[in-house]
Ligand binder design. Structure first.
Ligand SMILES: [Zn+2]
Length: 305
């Protein structure tokens, strides 16, 4: 790689990838099983998904390690495989680029529980789990680490700290917002609004301030979040909204925003100042291909004007 991820986004916005979880389900992962374990037992299936994203034009691929912390893997009796699963995840994402330039972003999701005094996990347990995962990802050569789908500043703080300590050259903090019932605004489940999140991430040494997933956070809402972040910080912004609202069809959660619908939000996001754009739950290689075309067109139109 000629440039670091942070240098690259100074020059032009980059395209991220789409969903992993929903793609794993399509590939046969059963609800409740560990998708991260597939890095070891079905690496070819994970590779096939990420290859489709790379071929659709993704320049940043998130490793298939969302639930790859010791605490999450312990639920599937695979706590001993933390290093192997994360290292394999980094390797598969790199391989998916097939030798082309691209950035591998080591993915760390929530640890999946509550910390004391609300839950059973101590801060030390959670920090140690994040440290172990972040180190495994950095040792495996990722270009950045994203602490994603975060709803509380306490957990986000531990994730950012672990990523920093592990020596990640770029650390991304990403919050999951829910639109409020009256539709007037959005905040995380734990009540954090984008202004506070941006301020907190800046204080804690994040390099990129992001949002992903959430409820009701479509492309237009993501644009609002980008603008609200930029009122607080000059750090680059990353946005990965879901492909619309989850709906229950035949007892399966489906996301039904089509590539044609979702892509209408790409240029507004770029104009708002987003530096990395991708998709979260329900987005597919077809969504990413549409994003690629819109981003390329926007870039050419800008260069010509
Ligand atoms: Zn999501």
């Amino acid at each position: 790689m000629e440039k670091t991820l942070l240098d690259a986004i100074k020059e032009r916005p980059l395209l991220g990838d789409g969903a992993m979880g929903t793609q794993l389900m399509i590939a046969g992962l059963e609800q409740g099983n560990s998708g991260e374990l597939w890095n070891l037992i079905h690496p070819e299936r994970v590779l096939a998904i990420q290859r489709r994203y790379a071929e659709a034009g993704s320049e940043c691929l998130l490793t298939n390690t969302f639930g790859g912390s010791r605490i999450m893997l312990n639920r599937h009796s695979h706590a001993d495989d933390v290093v192997a699963i994360n290292a394999a995840g980094a390797g598969i994402a790199r391989e998916a680029f097939g030798g082309r330039d691209g950035y591998v972003i080591g993915d760390i999701g929530p640890f999946g529980g509550l910390m004391e005094p609300y839950g059973e996990f101590t801060e030390t347990q959670v920090l140690d789990a994040f440290r172990e995962q972040a180190k495994a990802l950095v040792d495996a050569g990722v270009d950045a680490i994203i602490i994603e789908t975060q709803t509380s500043l306490e957990e986000l703080r531990l994730g950012l700290l672990a990523a920093r300590e592990a020596g990640a050259s770029c650390v991304i903090g990403s919050m999951a917002y829910d639109v409020t019932l009256d539709g007037s605004t959005f905040r995380t489940m734990m009540g954090v609004d984008p202004e506070r999140a941006a301020e907190f991430m800046q204080e804690r040494g994040a390099d990129v301030v992001a949002l992903n997933c959430g409820t009701g956070m479509d492309m237009a809402r993501a644009r609002q979040a980008v603008l609200r972040y930029l009122e607080i910080t000059e750090l680059p912004i990353m946005a990965q909204p879901n492909a619309g609202q989850p709906k229950l069809v035949d007892m399966k959660v489906v996301y039904d925003e089509t590539p044609a619908q979702m892509v209408t939000g790409v240029v507004p996001l770029l104009q708002a100042g987003a530096s990395i754009i991708g998709g979260c739950c329900g987005s597919t290689p077809d969504h990413i291909r549409a994003f690629r075309a819109a981003m390329d067109q926007y870039r050419m139109a800008k260069a010509a004007s």
